[in-house]
Design a protein around this ligand. Sequence first.
Ligand code: UD1
Length: 417
Amino acid sequence: MDKLVIQGGNRLQGEIRISGSKNASLPILLASLMPEGDVVLENVPELRDIRTTLKLLTLLGCNSDFNGPEVEISAGNLVPEAPYDLVRTMRASVLCLGPLLAKLGRAKVALPGGCAIGSRPVDLHLRALERMGATFDLDSGYIIGTCKSPLKGAHITFDFPTVGGTENLLMAASLAQGKTILENAAKEPEVVDLANFLNACGARINGHGTSIITIDGVPALNGCRYRVMSDRIEAGTYMVAGAISFGDVLLTNCPVEELDSVSAKLQEMGVKVVMQDKGVQISADDKLSCVDVVTLPYPGFPTDMQAQIMALMCVARGSGVIKETIFENRFMHALELIRMGANIKLSGQNAVVRGGKKLMGAPVMASDLRASAALVLAGLVAEGTTEVSRIYHLDRGYESMEKKLSKVGARIERVSQ
Ligand code: UD1
């Protein structure tokens, strides 16, 4: 297993190109099960989760050719089963439920089970699909979904604006009979990207990006060529990398509007964020201050940036409270940051960070993707050597992280353990 070895203290300077969005690519790849013609996707990142999804598509009966950053997919005779071996490595596999039920009227998908950042059930997905006429049984760890007749449009109000739930329903409703209305739908840019992709395939979706989405079902979808949005969380992570190293970094191929809440918080901390024609320029000096942060559904501050901003607050002045409202148990990185010298107190949903600490390099490891990113960020500013193990988490979601960071001056290398 590889680890990343980082010598802290270098100021980052230069240009980083942001890759395509992982969280937009995954549902769009799975939605590619539905069109009759071929789909070509551009700006797809070379990541472990993308490879896992392509493997899943193959098992489900699709042919795909990934010539990064472009993927070509043609759906053949679909097979309605997503096996546990794949689903357990990537929870997003559950997003094949909507497309399979819509196309085949049946689906057998392993239940994702527990996960390092909370229990993360899929009850909201299932309840909403039931409203469209699907029925579900649980058998030997598998969700068996069937619908006796084609899915029917329905008026569905989510208890919580679930991202994956909204995506599963967008896909299912696109090929259902009649109109579906989703209320309290997720407004995340990745949901909007999926809806735009489906519309490019001939779906009739309106209102995406707001909390009420309407979908008029169509009998069939066509193939298309579509460019996936760039990754706002990868961009946010490198914004923090620029800031934590008191550097000066330009992010290109960068989603700009989608980063509003992250830019606003970083600016409140004292980071200079300048939107330019070419991208987003980040610079900072050593006079940053802690702020209070609450994670919320979009357009609020993203839970996927919580760990990274915590790392930055550890070295900023003063103190601040981070409240995590989306996931339970998403503070595992705090314990590792404390091992590097941070002063963080955890209490339920809150983490109180007292900043102004000099972080010291240490061997650390993380239990999830964004937590691992936070430890790399801390390593960039820590005194001495930081070794981040279990970086298979990072490889799930960051394309060539060590290459992108070394190009702008970080001393970071991948070492086989
Ligand atoms: C997606 C993102 C993830 C991000 C999250 C929130 C992908 C592949 N993953 O995850 O990176 O952190 O959005 O922005 O896009 N919940 C239920 N029942 C359900 C569904 C969700 O209780 O049926 C709960 C979850 O346990 C969690 C909260 O709702 O506490 C948010 O989940 P959701 O918005 O569905 O996130 P994901 O789609 O899993």
